[in-house]
Design a binder for this molecule. Structure first.
Ligand code: ADP
Ligand code: MG
Ligand code: ZN
Length: 482
């Protein structure tokens, strides 16, 4: 039997404000437990929430970028439930009229691009965090309220996703967008970008929707795909052995590689939603939207297209370079001074990416200035230094923070040897040093040519101009065999 797969994602993105959504407590991630708290976010009686303006600004940016319709008047609601990390006993969220509806994200699929529609997005507050410390002799739970009241943007997709791979592509695009906008750090490990996935199957071609189950705790793109694959398999097997799928909320267990039931799926009536009496409706004016429009930068997919048309990059390189706004910026700043864009793109996707990952660096405070890289690459392009030396110089500049390219090249003696006379002497020396090899070369073992080139490179510490060295060697070998 073949099945249609239906997936919809709910994403919780922590907004990068410096203070919480309804009070002035800091949102700092690394603070000691329970230090970023006050009577408001701890839910003491008699306190009143005040909405953080920045949260609204960020939500407008996200809605504009996703081409969603912003409700000019939305409302806050209380979602009631009891849990140790929720001191108020309710979460302030938006329910009946959310912040925005509609919009879409274009994603890559096996059959080209497609749009995944957004159902709605709303503003809400985060809950605290419970810990179950291991290794203590008494079983107990610790709670940290620092996260209580950190602003979240919940973005709910329509069930337009058809495979686990599409799900992770959607999530990657959404994360990239929010990071471009500078409104979410998008760090899944730190939990400031979280995803729940709803998935159902139904026999191919039938129209009645399948029963959906919800997977929680998917804190990487890989886990999302793995968990969805696992769940797909589970649902197929259950249906094929005559079972019936029950709606359930599951927690993905990465160690056991399986989804564990947490609870039967709650329905909205379990939460006793009611309007938040302490906050007025959220009114957004057209002027405000116009103001925020100016803060929305060029979006990643538009930038990719422009990099292809304006700089002539290949699609693959454009995608890699635009993956992060800071890298795309670095490309453009360097491209202003160095016009071989393909060589530059190639340098970034190989050398820069390798250095960043090996050194565990990000582009924040990256020590090599765009102008310095431009100069270095122009030396490479004009054969003043060869590829190996350019790589070395780049690496030295990252380690030392030195931006004087000429100084690095001369201090480390990286200039390419392109002058014929010195290269000829070196080639002669090599041939003299290996009479046995030279004899065998003459008897027909032509692969020894590369051996001689290797020796020339070794003698010059990699600085010989490779083309010139080959020419000279070719000439010497043909004359010396006569
Ligand atoms: P809840 O509030 O109970 O989580 P929502 O109506 O907000 O439910 O939907 C949650 C997610 O479930 C949305 O992303 C939606 O696209 C997805 N969804 C809805 N129906 C299905 C289905 N039949 N199969 C898979 N996902 C679905
Ligand atoms: Mg939901
Ligand atoms: Zn507070």
């Amino acid at each position: 039997m073949e099945y249609d797969v239906t997936i919809g994602l709910e994403v919780h993105a922590q907004l990068l404000t410096s203070t919480k959504i309804f009070c002035r407590c800091s949102t700092e991630y690394n603070s000691p437990p329970n230090t970023n708290t006050c009577p408001v976010c701890l839910g003491h009686p008699g306190v009143l929430p005040t909405l953080n303006k920045k949260v609204v600004e960020f939500a407008i940016m996200a809605a504009l970028a996703l081409r969603a319709n912003i409700n000019r008047k939305s409302f806050f609601s209380r979602k009631n439930y009891f849990y140790p990390d929720l001191p108020k006993g309710y979460q302030i969220t938006q329910y009946e009229v959310p912040f925005a509806t509609g919009g879409y994200i274009e994603i890559e699929t096996e059959n080209g691009k497609k749009a995944v529609r957004i159902r709605e997005m709303h503003i809400e507050e985060d809950a605290g965090k419970s810990f179950h410390p291991e290794g203590s002799c008494i079983e107990h739970t610790l709670v940290d309220m620092n996260r209580c009241g950190i602003p979240l943007l919940e973005i709910v997709s329509e069930p337009d996703i058809r495979s686990p791979k599409e799900a992770s592509n959607y999530l990657k695009r959404l994360r990239q967008l929010l990071r471009y906008l500078g409104i979410c750090a998008g760090n899944m490990e730190e939990g400031n970008f979280r995803c729940d996935a709803n998935i159902s199957i139904k026999p191919k071609g039938t129209s009645f929707p399948g029963v959906r189950r919800e997977l929680k705790n998917l804190n990487s793109f890989r886990f999302l795909e793995k968990a969805l694959e696992w769940e797909l398999n589970y649902q197929r097997t259950l249906v094929e052995t005559g079972g019936k799928i029950q709606p359930e909320t599951l927690c993905w267990d990465e160690k056991e590689l399986r989804a564990i039931p947490m609870r039967t799926k709650e329905t909205s009536s379990d939460y006793r939603y009611f309007p938040e009496p302490d906050l007025p409706p959220l009114v957004i004016s057209d002027e405000r939207i116009e103001e925020i429009k100016r803060l929305v930068p060029e979006l990643p997919w538009d930038r990719e297209k422009r990099f292809i048309s304006e700089y002539g990059l290949r699609g693959y390189d454009a995608t890699l370079i635009c993956s992060e706004r800071s890298i795309a910026d670095y490309f453009e700043q360097t491209a202003a001074k160095f016009k071989n864009f393909r060589l530059l793109a190639n340098w970034l996707t190989t050398e820069l990416f390798r250095e960043l990952s090996e050194r565990k660096l990000t582009m924040d405070n990256f020590p090599v200035k765009p102008e310095s890289l431009a100069l270095l690459l122009s030396f490479l392009e004009s054969d003043k230094i060869n590829l190996q030396s350019a790589k070395r110089a780049f690496s030295i500049m990252i380690s030392t923070g030195e931006n004087d390219v000429e100084k690095v090249i001369s201090e480390h003696n990286l200039l390419q040897i392109s002058d014929e006379v010195s290269l000829e002497t070196i080639v002669d020396d090599v041939l003299k040093g290996y009479p046995g090899e030279l004899e065998r070369y003459r008897q027909g073992k032509s692969s020894l040519f590369e051996f001689f080139i290797g020796q020339v490179m070794k003698k010059t510490k990699g600085k010989a101009n490779p083309q010139l060295a080959r020419e000279i060697l070719k000439r010497k070998l043909s004359t010396s065999s006569q």
